[in-house]
Design a protein around this ligand. Structure first.
Ligand code: HEC
Length: 430
């Protein structure tokens, strides 16, 4: 019933748009609409949900967008950044693959159209009575997972000078753990003072004894996200003697600022081994990259075979400065193919995309994960220092990489069947 109505409605709008757009300039067309978006009724709610975590005093963005007075001077820049989907930083392709993610603050097409027509109409304030109450922000000092059992900090306080170029790099700390433990919850966060300069922080464990130098993802800190509390019976193992790697991006804010980012961990009780093991791995590494100078769309492919049935929880592209886009696909044992996610890449943001539980991909053992990456070595890429040189694989950030971090938990055949059936039952109800 509601579907028919929606359908009729959208047909109606298509007709209206078709009629209105015939020979009428866009600005005028928007003005002819009944409802003209205003700051107080239409824009403020969008800014509250999708922008203000970062765009407020003391946070990481260059300007605050809490009030009309603060926002108005940025109107045109806002229109440009939201219509190009550069802001908010969320680069999942909306036309392909899974679409429901945790912490998704991206804008819908309708919201982008609203922002655009608000700016085109001269960015009016509107009726002050329509203004929503100011958003309450969380206390940054508080651990979202609750008090951790174990805290590991970066080895030294990190000082970001008042004026300094962006700093990217890895800092290593000993975990100090003397026995293997299973993690129930984990959260990475800057120290209180460091909060405005920490653009992102990604933590992982490194088992230095292992031949492959096994890494294992722990958690991503980014504004607007919480720590990870794993579902009951699900856990990630941390090995005795593990090193913690902090992959940091610091950005200067005009005042010298010191940070001491930390990761807090809650354990399962000693001796308890959770039934489901949460794994994160490099998937589809291609170490034979060939990226000619000046080329803007160079593709490479890599593969990874799942040995057990998997419930995929998260995807994060891993490319360096020349990265442009990455897709994660799956080739099932029966040879059917799916694209799970595609995301554009901006070196300034390392975003982990966490699938909502009800759409998290369920893949049978034997599935081949397929990672396709594109690099841009042309001068059109703002992160490219040298478009006249060939680029290839390497560990330095001036070299390139191509793989995805994928997180999943393994399921035995019985539990896998059960999850698949539960999913189908829900799908049939809709
Ligand atoms: C996760 C943090 C974050 C969120 C969410 C976010 N921004 Fe930003 N924004 C930044 C940062 C940091 C910059 C500085 C440039 C950069 O690093 O990309 C920025 C830059 C901008 C700029 C360009 C400013 C300039 O100096 O030219 C605009 C405009 C902007 N943001 C608008 C928005 C709007 C509108 C939203 C919400 C719809 C939003 N941003 C959401 C962090 C964020």
């Amino acid at each position: 019933m509601s579907r028919t109505t929606n359908c009729e409605l959208s047909l109606f709008f298509v007709l209206i748009v078709a009629i209105v757009s015939m020979g009428v300039p866009a600005v005028e067309a928007a003005q002819n609409n009944d409802h003209q978006p205003t700051f107080t009724s239409d824009i403020a709610p969008i800014l509250q949900r999708s922008c203000q975590d970062c765009h407020r005093t003391g946070s990481i963005a260059p300007m605050s967008l809490l009030t009309y007075e603060e926002t108005r001077p940025w109107a045109r820049s806002i229109r440009e950044k939201v219509t190009s989907r550069a802001m908010p930083p969320w680069y999942i392709d909306k036309n392909i693959g899974v679409q429901d993610f945790k912490y998704d603050y991206s804008l819908s097409d309708e919201e982008i159209a609203t922002v655009s027509s608000w700016v085109n109409n001269g960015a009016p304030r509107g009726n002050p009575a329509d203004m929503p109450p100011p958003r309450q922000f969380r206390d940054i000092a508080e651990w979202k997972i609750g008090e951790p059992d174990w805290v590991v900090e970066i080895p030294e306080p990190f000082v970001v000078a008042a004026e300094a170029p962006n700093w990217w790099g890895d800092l290593y700390a000993d975990s100090g753990l003397t026995e293997d433990r299973w993690i129930k919850a984990v959260e990475t966060k800057p120290s209180l003072e460091g909060f405005p300069v920490v653009h992102h922080a990604v933590t992982s464990m490194e088992d230095t004894d292992s031949e492959e130098g096994d890494y294992n993802f722990l958690n991503e800190y980014a504004l607007g996200k919480n720590g990870d509390i794993f579902p009951d019976g699900t856990g990630r193992q941390i090995k005795a003697g593990a090193q913690i790697k902090f992959n940091m991006h610091y950005a200067a804010i005009g005042v010298e600022t010191t940070d001491r980012t930390r990761v807090g961990i809650q354990f399962y009780p000693k001796g308890v081994v959770p039934e489901r093991k949460l794994i994160s791995a490099h998937v589809g590494d291609d170490e034979d990259l060939d990226i000619p100078a000046g080329e803007s769309n160079v593709r490479h492919d890599g593969f990874y075979r799942l040995k057990e049935n998997a419930h995929i929880t998260a995807f994060q592209a891993h490319l360096h400065n020349l990265g442009k886009r990455q897709c994660l696909g799956a080739i099932l044992p029966d040879n059917t193919k799916q694209i799970l996610s595609c995301a554009d890449w901006d070196f300034g943001w390392h975003i982990v995309y966490n699938y909502e539980d009800h759409v998290a991909p369920l893949l049978p053992k034997g599935t081949l994960l397929h990672v396709t990456s594109w690099h841009d070595n042309s001068e059109g890429n703002r992160w490219n220092d040298d478009p006249t040189n060939w680029a290839g694989f390497g560990q330095r950030s001036s070299d390139e990489m191509s793989f995805a971090w994928v997180s999943w938990y393994e399921l035995n055949d019985e539990s896998f069947e059960q999850e698949v059936e539960e999913r189908q039952a829900v799908d049939n109800d809709n």
